[in-house]
Ligand binder design. Structure first.
Ligand code: F6P
Length: 501
């Protein structure tokens, strides 16, 4: 074990209440205000001493070198031999990559202008078809911000279950619908099948030239053209932008269309602000880095297997599924960059929901269960509605009360009514849920994921773990020569009869 880990693991474990009473400056040390967001780590067990030791660990792991590699366009994704240039989409990166991203954004904007000018007829709906990173980010953005703008209706379809597509198009007029096929590779089975069914739906709905209402968002433009999409309606993005980091590229098209181009630009600018903070702020005052230290501390020192995120804002209800892919697909790995075993737990299981609903469902376990679960609360000072301000007051009061209760606990002689307390939480408080702040928040999560990976020495940018299941499904769907285990064979026989045998 290296020195910094040894120091971290041997450090005294004081309860949260003691950390506050022993240090009147705790808040100023553990709270960071950045890009319109307050990151409050004070209700975690992070101390100045731990912070020092983690900073040492970051030096040993060369976090700063990795960070420079990320921003300068070095080949940080070594298993796939490419750079990871999502920040170039926000203007932060290697100059040639930034220039290329700007050109591609200009092309995206021109297409949006054309749609707004009626080049595709009277388009009112956009049906975005993609999965994983090609759906979760756009869905999160449209859901969080789109309800105010109300320009175009956007529906995001991902599941191969036809019910999803059926529901998405239920209120749509085919003549007024633009179909956006979003796939980095343009090979993903679910997306291709949904795209073909959407084309059929357009045709059945009386659209004479269904392909005339289709656009493609992809890093494989030649495959999109082969599929039948007109070259002028293909919005490419760079191969070096990873799927789960791609909402800033043309994959963000439905958000840009639904919100308007200037809102999309504000989103990028908010992310760029967070990029600059992550790149230049000292490690001990760096929000994504501190969050990663907290993640590592609970996962590797206190044995927490999960981490829960609760958005106390209906606009952020898709934050948790978005984060699940970002964090678990990026850092759910068992080997280091050089192929050696990781040697310690990597990504915890990310789960969560929306407050206050979750309080009446899962919070029992958080307050009195046997598992240690670091909790993250995400809320906004400004409400997203015009009803009685009391709604928002209640929402925030509940959010803050939960963090306080988890920490304080309460003793009772009746063990059933006792709360152990000393349970950690982080609070992330946004000024408002608007494009700039949301851009900064998402970039914060991306960089936190990267910082975690750097501390662990793993590659956050590949996802080979998803391949085996895909291959098996293809084999099962193929000529039937491959033999599966008896349980699987029996399931297939029960569901398909002889049709696959
Ligand atoms: O299944 C994993 C994955 O490769 C994700 O990483 C990706 O976001 C998703 O599939 C969709 O891929 P594509 O954009 O190429 O269709």
């Amino acid at each position: 074990m290296n020195d910094a880990w040894a120091r971290i693991e041997s450090m005294e474990r004081l309860p949260l209440a003691r950390l506050f009473s022993a240090d009147s400056e705790r808040l100023s040390k553990m709270v960071i205000e950045e890009s319109g967001i307050r990151f409050d780590f004070s209700k975690t067990h992070l101390t100045p001493e731990l912070l020092g030791a983690f900073t040492e660990l970051a030096d040993e792991a060369d976090l700063e070198g990795a960070r420079e590699g990320l921003f300068s366009g070095r080949e940080v994704n070594i298993t796939e031999a490419r750079a990871a240039e999502h920040s170039a989409e926000r203007g932060q990166g290697a100059p040639e990559s930034v220039a290329r991203a700007q050109n591609l954004h200009a092309r995206m904007r021109a297409l949006i202008d054309a749609i707004e000018a009626g080049a595709f007829g009277q388009i009112r709906h956009v049906l975005h078809i993609g999965i994983g990173g090609s759906a979760l980010g756009p869905d999160f953005l449209v859901d969080a911000l789109g309800r105010i703008a109300g320009r175009f209706d956007a529906a995001i379809v991902s599941n191969v279950d036809g019910t999803a597509l059926e529901e998405a198009v239920a209120g749509f007029d085919p003549e007024a619908t633009l179909v956006a096929i979003a796939s980095k590779t343009f090979t993903t089975t679910e997306t291709m099948l949904n795209a073909r069914s959407a084309l059929a739906w357009l045709g059945e709905g009386g659209v004479a030239d269904p392909y005339g209402q289709v656009i493609a968002l992809t890093a494989s433009p030649e495959r999109a053209v082969e599929f039948g999409v007109d070259e002028t309606r293909v919005l490419p993005f760079s191969e070096t932008v990873g799927g789960r980091y791609s909402l800033w590229s043309s994959i963000g098209f439905p958000a840009a269309l639904a919100l308007g181009w200037s809102a999309f630009e504000e989103l990028l600018e908010g992310a760029a602000e967070m990029d600059r903070h992550f790149r230049f702020a000292p490690l001990e005052r760096n929000a994504p880095v501190l969050a990663a230290f907290v993640d590592r501390y609970y996962a590797n020192v206190r044995g927490a297997e999960t981490r829960a995120v609760f958005a106390y804002d209906e606009r952020l209800r898709l934050l948790s599924p978005y984060l699940q892919q970002l964090e678990m697909e990026s850092n759910g790995k068992s080997v280091r960059l050089d192929g050696r075993p990781a040697g310690r737990d990597t990504a915890p299981i990310t789960w969560g929901g929306v407050g206050t609903d979750a309080q009446h469902a899962v919070f029992q376990l958080l307050h009195q269960g046997t598992h240690l679960v670091p909790v993250e609360f995400v809320a906004s000072v400004e409400p997203g509605h015009r009803f009685d301000p009391e709604h928002h007051r209640q929402l925030l009061v509940n959010c803050f009360a939960q963090g306080a209760a988890l920490m304080a606990g309460r003793h009772s002689d009746d063990p059933h009514r006792s709360y152990p307390g000393d349970r950690p939480s982080t609070t992330i408080l946004l000024d408002d849920v608007e494009p700039r702040t949301l851009g900064a928040l998402i970039a914060f999560y991306e960089h936190r994921t990267f910082a975690n990976a750097a501390l662990l020495g793993i590659n956050p940018f590949d996802q080979f773990g998803v391949e085996l299941g895909k291959e098996m499904a293809k084999a099962m769907d193929g000529d039937g020569e491959l033999e599966f285990d008896p349980s699987t064979e029996a399931l297939m026989a029960r569901a398909f009869g002889d049709s696959l045998e």
